[in-house]
Design a protein around this ligand. Structure first.
Ligand code: DC
Length: 223
């Protein structure tokens, strides 16, 4: 099973890079952030208090969550657009720090990989927790200013305000006791400032080839 794990802070370009990388490697792609967002949207839709750890986890375990090319569905309900609203972005934190929800989604992510014969999987804890034995572990970063500029170019808005919001999300993602954002052992830090998406993908494919050649006993002999 071939798993490429892509972690990193918000706005580092994980989704764009992961999608392209998956296509160029002929692998499936999974956006795990969409799963946390989907649980948040469904809890809000059902009027469940997001801080009610047990209730949110019980709901999470009871629904089907589909994240794929067609969109994002919870028990067949299309939440693709709802999960991208600022309302979800600001409310996802208590769900992401709910350990029972994390355990449920972690199991689903592993099952998804088995079903798809691996894949490019992006999130925050993919290399550190979900797939510590991934074939390649990438920690994608960019300076806060670069990330804010990219967001502003894509969605509009004030760069300083976006940078402040991203800094707050970084802090929350990094200080969560369970599944926090961190670079994993044996991973590669890929700094993306000033690089185009194609250049980033090229760099990652290069790392994959390099790691493979290290596994190849003939490589040592120089053949
Ligand atoms: O990548 P994103 O912004 O769509 O992620 C939404 C939220 O989910 C984000 O606040 C962090 C959280 N998340 C997580 O805790 N673990 C993951 N593997 C992926 C996302």
């Amino acid at each position: 099973m071939r798993v490429v794990a892509i972690d990193g802070p918000a706005g580092a370009g994980k989704s764009t890079v992961s999608r392209l990388l998956a296509r160029s490697l002929g692998l499936a792609y999974l956006d795990t952030g969409a799963m946390y967002r989907a649980v948040t949207a469904e809890a809000m839709h059902r009027g469940i208090a997001l801080h009610d750890v047990e209730a949110v986890a019980a709901m999470s375990r009871s629904v089907s969550i589909e994240v794929g090319e067609r969109g994002v569905f919870v028990d067949g309900r299309d939440v693709s657009e709802a999960i991208r609203t600022p309302e979800i972005t600001v409310n996802v934190a208590p769900v992401a720090s709910n350990s029972a929800v994390r355990a449920d989604l972690r199991d689903r992510q592993r099952a998804w990989a088995v079903e798809h014969g691996g894949g490019v999987i992006e999130g925050r804890d993919i290399a550190s927790v979900v797939f510590p034995d991934a074939e390649l572990k990438i920690y994608l970063t960019a300076t806060p200013l670069e990330r804010a500029k990219r967001r502003a170019a894509q969605y509009g808005g004030n760069v300083e305000e976006i940078a402040a919001a991203l800094a707050e999300r970084d802090h929350r993602d990094m200080s969560r006791p369970d599944g926090k954002l961190q670079a994993a052992d044996g991973g590669h830090n890929v700094e993306t400032d000033g690089l185009s998406v194609d250049e980033i993908v090229h760099k990652i494919v290069g790392l994959l080839d390099h790691d493979e050649s290290l596994d190849d006993p003939d490589h040592e002999k120089g053949s």
